[in-house]
Design a protein around this ligand. Structure first.
Ligand code: G3P
Length: 218
């Protein structure tokens, strides 16, 4: 399973990349705003900076909600760097835009997926990735992981090459379950990725190893 980091924070991206297990980055307008990135030129420069840190797919989201606007924006984003993936919302014009970009060989990530039907539509339009938001479904007491399972089954039934990018991942259990269910990618904050490191028996075991070593070596 590929690991993407879901942030626009350059320090966190650099830290995750230094771990050596990072495959890509996802951003969204909220994450860009959180970093105080505003104005078209600054936004484009920020994406370029991210592309300079991570050698893998970098999702950059359009702001337009009409077909022409999404095409205009997406073409500018795609021209920034070969690793840019144009992130498009699951709306009617978004589906048309995904089909357009797919026919031009431009990679897309269909975002704000909350149902299997939406994922199927995006796959039929030729999306490179679909992003089901599992954490936000859990937040409203709907099982987000069940959606990953459903989409996996549907894509396998028909051999869709669209990759399942489990998004809105919050913690280690989400990541592990996504891996069990065959999600192609997961994206989450650095904290979720680092939480995979933790086990109390690792900590106590290491402390004992070091203490025993010290007993005989001083
Ligand atoms: O980038 C999309 C998605 O991962 C958002 O996650 O934590 O805001 O629900 P979250």
């Amino acid at each position: 399973m590929k690991f993407f980091i879901d942030t626009a924070n350059l320090e966190e991206i650099t830290e995750a990349n230094a771990l050596g297990v990072l495959d890509g980055v996802t951003t969204n307008p909220s994450l860009m705003a959180k970093e105080g990135i505003s104005g078209a030129e600054n936004v484009l420069n920020h994406y370029k900076a991210i592309c300079g840190i991570v050698d893998g797919p970098i999702s950059a989201e359009v702001i337009s909600t009409d077909f022409e606007g999404m095409i205009r924006e997406g073409e500018v984003l795609a021209a920034l760097h070969e690793n840019i993936v144009v992130k498009i919302p699951m709306i009617k014009d978004g589906v048309k835009a995904i089909r357009y970009f797919s026919s031009k060989g431009i990679k897309t990530n269909c975002t704000l997926i909350f149902s299997a039907g939406q994922a199927l539509l995006a796959a039929k339009a030729g999306a490179t990735y679909v992003s089901p938001f599992i954490g936000r479904l859990d937040d409203i007491s709907v099982d987000g992981l069940e959606l990953i399972k459903q989409i996996r089954l549907i894509f396998d039934n028909y051999g869709y090459e669209t990759q399942i990018l489990a998004a809105s991942v919050r913690h280690a259990m989400h990541i592990i379950k996504c891996a069990e269910l065959g999600s192609d990618v997961m994206t989450g904050p650095l904290s979720a990725m680092l939480s995979l490191l933790n086990h109390p028996l690792t900590d106590s075991g290491l402390a004992k190893f070091l203490a025993d070593h010290k007993k005989v070596n001083g």
